[in-house]
Write a protein that binds this ligand. Structure first.
Ligand SMILES: [Zn+2]
Length: 417
């Protein structure tokens, strides 16, 4: 039995409890509803984050990448011929068979055809998918996977090593890939990962995208699937399209044909510079933290996700108040890689001076404006949707004038600063 049996997928109607009171007028009820947020139950991430086994149902990716769940998930073996799964304590090596097949194929091809020594696999999905208590807003339907940019060592890692070893940052500074760390093999690996038809997107840090643009040569078609996103500097994120004909699985728009190396990338670098300056700004005493979007509740997910949670086969280990055990939370909260680099004070001052010189008045960033008009998806609109990112102040990362162009399609995760 799951404790979420008490959680309704339906919004609770105002006034149900007050049956003995005189009936409220429609305007009273409307006022009340406007004042009181609907009672939603524990955040869905607590429920899904505490489930330890898959739903014993026919396999299905249900909903969208950032609002959905997974039925009949299967786990990727922790050791394969060409891969090893990291951070086993998180129990996030679950996915749709389509994702497992893909990872096995990629690991094998990258080794045999490109000489990449093997994949270190980071987070995939939880046993029943759904929102996670830490780290991601997507990865919910078993079709997303993070792969480290660190090559697999030539031996089987112990469980403890898989918890302790940190991934390697590819960045020399917030805007530049370290040429001593990034190798042509890295470029080959990303190109290989993007080359399969079932791949919808690959997400990498903008600085990595820049290197890929520079190193792609004449064959550039694969670049259109590789899009910049915050945080992906020690791993890359693979997103597969829904299986053909899968009912209730929501694809995002196909990537546009643009290789993303022009205006889109330039706009990302503008946002990176602004984010760097914002990150260094001291917090004003008494300043209110920016408003955060409330976490998803079970009622926000497709109705079938309730069935996925309640289908038996190993319910959640969860306290009656809806909190996840501390050990599970600790395992999930540990970052897999090093923190993002920041500029030293001198370089930051130089950047500020440069930015104030090149300020184009109060006009919105032209690249963002033109890109958003053409295709409002993450493929061409680098503006993060405020609700999708988990940073402390996502709104401050938007280029001026692009807030209204925030895409409504699912986005990958962002590590908070
Ligand atoms: Zn990811």
């Amino acid at each position: 039995m799951l404790i979420c049996g008490a959680v309704s997928a339906e919004p609770i109607k105002p006034g149900v409890k007050g049956a003995t009171k005189p009936a409220a007028t429609p305007s009273d009820a409307a006022k009340k509803a406007a004042q009181k947020p609907a009672l939603k139950g524990p955040p869905a991430k607590m429920l899904f984050g505490a489930v330890t086994a898959p739903a014993p149902l026919e396999v299905r990716a249900i909903g969208s990448y950032a609002k959905g769940c997974l039925a009949g998930g299967i786990s990727l073996p922790i050791n394969g011929p060409d891969w090893q799964v990291m951070r086993l304590s998180r129990n996030r090596n679950w996915g749709h068979p389509r994702l497992l097949d893909y990872l096995e194929r990629l690991a094998s091809d990258a080794r045999a055809l490109d000489g990449w020594p093997g994949l270190l696999i980071g987070d995939m999905a939880q046993p029943r998918g759904g929102p996670m208590i830490t780290g991601h807003s997507s990865h919910q339907i078993g079709l997303d996977a993070d792969v480290w940019l660190t090559p697999m060592p030539d031996r089987i890692l112990t469980r403890q090593e898989r918890e302790d070893i940190s991934a390697t940052s590819m960045l020399k500074d917030p805007f530049t890939v370290d040429p001593k760390i990034w190798t042509p093999l890295h470029t080959k690996l990303i190109k290989r990962a993007a080359s399969y038809p079932q791949v919808a997107r690959i997400f990498v840090h903008p600085a990595i995208k820049k290197v890929l643009c520079e190193q792609a040569g004449k064959d550039r078609a694969w670049l259109s699937k590789v899009r910049p996103w915050w945080g992906h500097y020690y791993h890359f994120h693979i997103r597969l399209a829904c299986p053909p004909g899968a009912e209730g699985c929501e694809n995002q728009k196909p990537a546009s044909a643009d290789d993303g190396c022009g205006a889109e990338l330039a706009n990302w670098f503008k946002m990176l510079r602004k984010a760097e300056i914002d990150a260094a700004r001291p917090v004003q005493p008494g300043a209110k933290p920016p408003p955060r979007k409330p976490p998803l509740s079970l009622g926000d997910l497709p109705r079938e996700c309730m069935t996925v949670l309640n289908s038996g086969g190993g319910g959640p280990i969860i306290a009656p108040d809806g909190t996840v055990p501390a050990a599970l939370k600790a395992a999930a909260g540990k970052d897999a890689g090093p923190p993002e680099p920041h500029l030293d004070p001198e370089a930051l001052a130089a950047l500020k001076a440069q930015m104030s010189k090149s300020k184009p008045g109060s006009k919105p960033a032209p690249a963002a404006a033109s890109a958003s008009a053409a295709d409002p998806t993450p493929a061409s609109v680098p503006a993060p949707a405020p609700g999708e990112v988990q940073a402390a102040s996502p709104a401050s990362l938007l280029p001026s004038g692009s807030a209204s162009a925030a895409p409504s399609v699912p986005l990958p995760d962002r590590k908070p600063r």
